[in-house]
Design a protein around this ligand. Structure first.
Ligand code: FPP
Length: 245
């Protein structure tokens, strides 16, 4: 049994791998795309609850670098789903003070989605009630590799010495380097994997894995994850005595 706590400690940054849409649909004899559609409708409640609870950053893994290998019809469906969701929700997100950001390899995304992303980011850039980061065509390895390349280019231009490269200079080139790292990493769908989501930025995250498939993930389930987080002592490499003393 995971440790539970009645007192809810609010993480600053929650990251979620929304897994299990395909299985959820198959269990009902429906196509995988139906699972994605129902799954996308759950995003709204979790965003709303995150804002209500005072979470600063919510990062959702909508499409990974590896998801491009899925059948073209499913890839197209997911791209269109992101476009439709953003178009439908952006006005409310804007009014509610949510700042929308995308992280990932943008040049691979279709033009139509890029336009909606640019519009959503521009319209919400000054909002600060919650930062909603949508990871699309994102992979932790891509993120770290790209940061390494930026540093290599700086070295090549003579702007940086190799010995000046440390955790801080590398972290500064990663996606969302202006935001706190993930405190709580949730994965639905029963798999015990990170699947190339936040690698560097989850270095000290607490992990919460649940068998619940994403289309069944509710606000109550979210609270379970937060209670689980509250029950953990985060030591960041120190001993338990150092942290509590
Ligand atoms: C994983 O389930 C889920 C995805 C690859 C897509 C998740 C995307 C959404 C819920 C839409 C979100 C959109 C926005 C704008 C945030 P899976 O297909 O791997 O399920 P399986 O493991 O059961 O096959």
């Amino acid at each position: 049994m995971p440790e539970q706590s009645d007192h809810i400690q609010i993480p600053r940054h929650v990251a979620i791998v929304m897994d299990g849409n395909g299985r959820w649909a198959r269990q009902r004899g429906r196509p995988r795309t139906y699972g994605h559609k129902v799954g996308s409708s759950k995003v709204h409640d979790i965003v709303e609850e995150s804002k209500e609870l005072g979470i600063e950053v919510l990062t959702l893994f909508a499409f990974s670098s590896e998801n491009w290998k899925r059948p073209k019809s499913e890839v197209n469906f997911l791209m269109e789903l992101m476009i439709q969701m953003l178009k439908k929700e952006i006005r409310k997100l804007e009014e509610k003070g949510v700042q929308v950001r995308f992280i990932g390899q943008r040049e691979l995304l279709p033009e139509k989605l890029l336009k909606v992303i640019a519009d959503s980011e521009a319209r919400t850039r000054n909002n600060n009630a919650l930062i909603l980061q949508i990871a699309a065509s994102y992979g932790g390895q891509w993120d770290i590799t790209r940061a390494a390349r930026v540093l290599a280019e700086k070295v090549a231009r003579g702007e940086l010495l190799p010995e000046q490269i440390d955790e801080k200079t590398l972290a500064a080139e990663l996606a969302f380097s202006d935001l706190p790292d993930a405190d709580l990493f949730i994965r639905t769908g029963g798999e015990l994997r990170i699947s190339n989501f936040l690698l560097w930025q989850a270095a000290y995250a607490e992990f919460y894995f649940t068998d619940v498939l994403w289309p069944d993930f509710s606000v109550d389930e979210y609270h379970n994850a937060l209670r689980h987080f509250s029950g953990r002592q985060r030591r960041f490499g120190q001993t338990g005595e150092q942290v509590s003393g």
